[in-house]
Design a protein around this ligand. Structure first.
Ligand SMILES: [Zn+2]
Length: 219
C-alpha cells in the first residue's frame, strides 16, 4: 500500500517544482538575451532605408544576379533561374549567406510554386554546403518578413543563413571592444565558390591564386 504524501512532502514537491521552473525561465531568458555581437554592421545600419534597398536606383537583389562580371565584387556565389545565393556584406558571423528569389517579391506567398520550390531547394543545398565549407557546429536559418520583423530590405524576400560555432560570442567584443573577423569577405566568397561548384547555375570564373588568409582585427 502506498502511503499518502504528507503535507510536508507535498510542500517540498511544490517548492522543488517552482525552483525548477524558475531555473528554466532564467536559463531561457538568459539564452534569449545573449547577443550575437556584430558591430561591423554599424555602417549598414547607418545607411538610409533607401540606400539599403537600392544600389544605383535599383534593388541589389535584382541587380546582382544579372551583373555577371561583378559576381565576385558583389559576393554572388551562385545564380539559378529562380533563386541565387550571395554573402552578406554586413555579416552577423563570417560566411553569413543570403538566399533570395530572382523575382522582386516581398513575401513567400507572392512566389509561384516553381519559384518557392527553387528557393527552398537552394536554401537547403546552401545549408549543406555552408556547413561543410566552414565546419560550423550550428546555424540560424530564417526569413524576416517585413520591416517590423527586422528585414533590412523588406521588399525583396531573402533568407539568412548564419553559421554558428560554439563560443562565437566571446569576451573579445564585450570586454576589449575589439572585433575579430577571422577571414576576409573575399576569402569567404572563394571558399563558398568552391563549395557550390557542383550545383547547376551561373558562377564567376574560378578564382585564381592563394587566399589572403590574414586575420583582420580592428577596433
Ligand atoms: Zn529586387
Amino acid at each position: 500500500m502506498i502511503a499518502a504524501p504528507t503535507d510536508r512532502a507535498l510542500l517540498e514537491r511544490f517548492l522543488l517544482g517552482r525552483a525548477r521552473l524558475a531555473d528554466d525561465l532564467w536559463y531561457g531568458a538568459r539564452s534569449m538575451a545573449t547577443p550575437l555581437w556584430a558591430p561591423w554592421r554599424m555602417p549598414y545600419l547607418l545607411q538610409s532605408d533607401k540606400a539599403k534597398s537600392s544600389r544605383g536606383g535599383g534593388c541589389f537583389f535584382c541587380d546582382h544576379p544579372v551583373d555577371v562580371p561583378a559576381y565576385r565584387e558583389n559576393l554572388v556565389v551562385i545564380v539559378q533561374e529562380h533563386a541565387f545565393v550571395c554573402l552578406n556584406r554586413y555579416p552577423f558571423t563570417p560566411s553569413h549567406l543570403l538566399v533570395a528569389p530572382r523575382r522582386h517579391v516581398g513575401d513567400l506567398g507572392d512566389l509561384t510554386e516553381e519559384e518557392y520550390a527553387a528557393l527552398m531547394g537552394l536554401l537547403r543545398e546552401s545549408t549543406v554546403r555552408l556547413r561543410k565549407a566552414v565546419s560550423c557546429s550550428a546555424m540560424n536559418v530564417g526569413f524576416n518578413l517585413g520591416t517590423d520583423a527586422g528585414a533590412g530590405v523588406a521588399d525583396h524576400l531573402h533568407a539568412h543563413i548564419v553559421p554558428r560555432w560554439r563560443g562565437d560570442t566571446n569576451f573579445m567584443p564585450v570586454l576589449a571592444d575589439v572585433r575579430v573577423m577571422p577571414e576576409y569577405l573575399d576569402d569567404a566568397w572563394r571558399r563558398l565558390w568552391e563549395a557550390f561548384a557542383d550545383l547547376p547555375g551561373d558562377r564567376a570564373p574560378e578564382p585564381q591564386g592563394p587566399l589572403n588568409l590574414t586575420s583582420e582585427v580592428s577596433g
